[in-house]
Design a protein around this ligand. Structure first.
Ligand code: PML
Ligand code: MG
Ligand code: MG
Ligand code: MG
Length: 243
């Protein structure tokens, strides 16, 4: 599902909301209703464009363990942003590339998708705004995970963790940097295979509608196949219960 206001995204409309689910045939009505409700009741406003698409998945669904989650409380946006840069460096993104990204960032707001950034050249590879799709985490397994780790059942965090687990689960991925475009949500994260999902309590100010979703990639890997993986490879996040 993708929803926008002022026309479709490709016609310059403002991104309102997006969402993805993997469902059985019997569950399609429930999934579509959930996504419809999500797009219609968003704090960014009422959409005048929405597209809900479903397609049959023929490929085998790949299972991925959820990234480990760690939360960092910071006093200010400045401290949060400094921590994000430090974590990106730890994940293997060169400092020059981080600087270059922040230079480009103002132009990336409102895309409704992610921008790929090459860590070697320090340049964007694809600025069209890629929508990652075909991923989910079945409710019963998620509930067990949340209970085991004492995590709040927060559907926003669940969706972001599913996405980050998929995005960092490919050899071309180096790290992800994300914060919401919703004016009332200021927590964001840095994620990588090695560091896990590192939530940072403040990455922007309340009221700010500029979001960020950047995938730092190793441009020497096959990026076309990475983009195909992001859009088409079906993924279930599945936690192996600790017995
Ligand atoms: C979004 O809402 O678009 C992204 C939310 C990222 C942070 C989720 C969290 O861990 O709280
Ligand atoms: Mg979203
Ligand atoms: Mg679901
Ligand atoms: Mg949003």
């Amino acid at each position: 599902m993708r929803a926008a206001k002022g026309g479709a995204h490709e016609q310059g409309g403002k991104h309102i909301s997006g969402g993805e689910q993997i469902s059985t045939f019997d569950g399609i009505t429930h999934a579509v209703n959930f996504l419809l409700e999500k797009g219609l009741t968003h704090s960014k406003g009422s959409p005048d464009f929405m597209q809900i698409q479903f397609d049959c998945i023929h490929d085998p669904v790949q299972l991925l363990n959820p990234l480990g989650v760690q939360s960092h409380q910071v006093e200010s946006v400045e401290k949060g942003q400094a921590l994000a840069r430090q974590l990106l460096k730890q994940a293997g993104v060169p400092e020059k590339c981080i600087e270059a990204l922040y230079h480009h960032l103002p132009g990336y707001s409102g895309l409704g998708g992610a921008v790929l950034f090459d860590i070697h050249s320090g340049r964007p590879i694809d600025e069209r705004g890629i929508r990652v799709s075909r991923m989910d985490w079945q409710a019963d397994n998620y509930e067990k995970w949340a209970a085991y780790y004492g995590k709040p059942r927060n559907s926003r965090m669940k969706e972001a963790l599913v996405l980050a687990t998929k995005v960092t689960g490919h050899p071309a991925a180096v790290a992800e940097l994300c914060w919401s475009d919703d004016p009332d949500y200021i927590t964001g994260y840095v994620a990588s295979k090695r560091l896990g999902y590192r939530r940072i309590s403040k990455l922007k100010k309340y009221g700010d509608e500029r979001g960020c979703r950047i995938f730092f990639v190793n441009g020497r890997e096959d990026i076309e196949s990475y983009i195909h993986y992001l859009k088409k490879q079906p993924i279930f996040v599945r936690w192996e219960e600790v017995k």
